[in-house]
Ligand binder design. Structure first.
Ligand code: FAD
Length: 413
C-alpha cells in the first residue's frame, strides 16, 4: 500500500504528530501502525489501574471511532524493517507500506538483566497493557512479590502492591534508589518512607538467580544474603529504545535515534519523536532521551509540523517527573542532581512542603527536587516556564512562591 505519512507507533508521540498534521490537512493519507492491539492507552496510568485508583477502561486515551473520525488508516502489526531508499516499511505479515514521510515513534522496551531464570513464566515487567493484564490476577492480598530494580516505574509497581496488601520486597543493585529522578537526600527520605510502608527494601543487593519451584512459586538467590521466596516477580531494570527494525538503514542511532530541532533524523523524510528519540534539551544537550510523556507529545507536534513543511523549531525538552507514591509527592525538574556546580536553596521546614530543593546558577533557577507535599506543586508549575525561558530570579527561598507569582503573572497573589 501507499501512504503520504507513515507513523510507526500509536501512543503519545505518534498521535501527537498525526493530530498536528490533521489539524492543517484533512486529506493527507496518514497510516498509523502499532504492534499492540486496540486503541491507544496511556502507560502513565498503568500503576494507577494496578493499585485500584483508576478503572481499567480509563487507561484508553482514544476510542475505536477516533481513527475513523480523523481519517487515520490504522494497522495493528509489527514493523520488521525499513528501507529508506525505496521509502518502504515491511510488516511482519509481509505487507509493504510505501511512504513519502516516515515518523518513527516506537518508544522503548524493558531490558532483562542477565539473571538465570529471568525468562520463567511468572516473571513480569510493568511496561505495557499486556503486562498489566498479566499482573492484575496476581495482585491479591498477602501474595509475595519481589520487584527487581528501584527506578521510577519499579517503585510505582511496588507501591501498587503495597496498596493492594501484598508482601513486597524491592531489590536494588546500586547503593540508592531512583538515581536519575531524585537527589541523594530525596532518596534517603523516600527510602525511609518506603520502609515505613512495610516494604523490605534492599539496596546494594545482587540477584544471582531466579529459581522456579514445581508449585509455581519462586526462590530468589542473592549475593551474601539468604534467599527469598516470592509468588511472582516484577523486573524493572531499565529500557532500550525500539530501533532493531532500523538495522539495515543509515539512520544515526546513539542509544536513541538522533534528531535535530526539527525532529529530523540523519536521513531525508525520516523523523523520530518520543522515547525512541534522543533530541535537544532546554539546557543545550543535543541528543538526550527523556522518556517522558509530555516530551513525547511536544516532539510529536514538532515532527508533525515539519512533515507539513512548516519549519517548526523545537525549543528543547525540559524533564519533569511527578508522581504520588508512599503517601508523598515525588517530583523533580531540570538539573537538580548532587555535585552540580550551582547554589542549592532548601525550603524551610516551617513551610510544611517537605523536602524541596531549588538549584540556581547565576540568578537563574535550573532545577528542583521534591519529596513532600502536593502543596509544593504550585511552585513546580511556576518553575517550568521560568526555567524554560531562562528568566532571571535571585532566589530568596522564604519568598520564592510570591516572587515566582510576580514573575509568572506580574502580581503576587
Ligand atoms: C508504568 C509507567 C509509568 C510511567 N509514568 C510516567 C509519568 O508519570 N510521567 C511521564 O511523563 N512519563 C511516564 N512514563 C513514560 C511515558 O509513558 C513514555 O514517555 C511515553 O509513553 C512515550 O511515548 P512514545 O509515544 O514515545 O512511546 P510509547 O508510549 O512507548 O509507544 C510506542 C508505540 O510504538 C509501537 N511500536 C513499537 N515498536 C513497534 C514496531 N516495530 N512496529 C509497530 N509498532 C511498534 C507500540 O505498540 C506503541 O504503540 C511511564 C511509563 C511507564 C511504563
Amino acid at each position: 500500500m501507499q501512504t503520504d505519512v507513515l507513523i510507526i507507533g500509536n501512543s503519545a508521540a505518534g498521535l501527537s504528530a498525526a493530530e498536528t498534521i490533521r489539524k492543517y490537512d484533512f486529506d493527507k493519507k496518514i497510516t498509523i501502525v502499532s504492534k499492540e492491539s486496540g486503541p491507544a492507552y496511556s502507560r502513565v496510568l498503568l500503576p494507577y489501574v494496578l493499585r485500584g485508583k483508576l478503572d481499567y477502561d480509563n487507561l484508553f486515551i482514544r476510542d475505536g471511532n477516533y481513527y475513523i473520525e480523523n481519517n487515520f488508516y490504522y494497522i495493528e502489526g509489527l514493523i520488521v524493517s525499513v528501507n529508506t531508499e525505496s521509502k518502504t516499511a515491511v510488516c511482519e505479515s509481509s505487507e509493504i507500506i510505501k511512504y513519502d514521510s516516515l515518523l518513527i515513534a516506537t518508544g522503548s522496551n524493558p531490558v532483562k538483566p542477565p539473571i538465570p531464570g529471568i525468562e520463567s513464566e511468572g516473571v513480569y515487567h510493568m511496561w505495557t497493557k499486556d503486562d498489566l493484564d498479566h499482573l492484575m490476577p496476581h495482585f491479591n492480598k498477602d501474595k509475595r512479590v519481589v520487584v527487581i530494580g528501584s527506578g521510577f516505574v519499579s517503585l510505582q509497581a511496588a507501591w501498587s502492591a503495597v496498596c493492594k496488601g501484598l508482601k513486597v520486597t524491592v531489590i536494588e543493585l546500586a547503593d540508592r534508589i531512583m538515581p536519575s529522578v531524585i537527589d541523594n537526600k530525596g532518596a534517603e527520605i523516600l527510602t525511609g518512607k518506603i520502609k515505613e510502608c512495610g516494604v523490605d527494601l534492599r539496596i546494594d543487593t545482587l540477584t544471582l538467580a531466579i529459581k522456579k519451584r514445581d508449585d509455581g512459586t519462586f526462590v530468589i538467590d542473592l549475593k551474601d544474603q539468604s534467599s527469598i521466596e516470592a509468588d511472582f516477580i516484577i523486573v524493572g531494570t531499565g529500557v532500550k529504545p525500539n530501533t532493531s527494525f532500523l538495522e539495515e538503514t543509515d539512520i544515526d542511532i546513539d542509544r536513541g535515534i538522533c534528531v535535530n530541532r526539527y525532529m529530523q533524523t540523519s536521513v531525508d523524510d525520516v523523523y523520530a519523536a518520543g522515547d525512541v528519540a534522543g533530541g535537544p534539551t532546554a539546557f543545550g544537550d543535543q541528543h538526550q532521551i527523556h522518556a517522558l510523556w509530555p516530551t513525547a507529545i511536544e516532539m510529536g507536534k514538532v515532527a508533525g509540523m515539519n512533515i507539513l513543511g512548516k519549519q517548526f523549531v523545537y525549543e528543547g525538552s525540559l524533564n519533569m517527573n511527578v508522581t504520588q507514591m508512599y503517601d508523598m509527592t515525588v517530583a523533580s525538574m531540570g538539573q537538580f542532581t548532587d555535585n552540580l556546580d550551582c547554589d542549592e536553596h532548601l525550603m524551610p521546614e516551617s513551610s510544611g512542603m517537605g523536602y524541596l530543593k531549588i538549584c540556581a546558577k547565576d540568578d537563574q533557577i535550573i532545577g528542583a527536587c521534591l519529596i513532600g507535599k502536593t502543596s509544593a506543586m504550585k511552585i513546580f508549575g511556576m518553575l517550568r516556564p521560568v526555567i524554560r525561558l531562562n528568566k532571571k530570579l535571585k532566589v530568596d527561598i522564604t519568598r520564592l512562591e510570591s516572587d515566582l507569582q510576580k514573575l509568572t503573572y506580574g502580581v503576587a497573589h
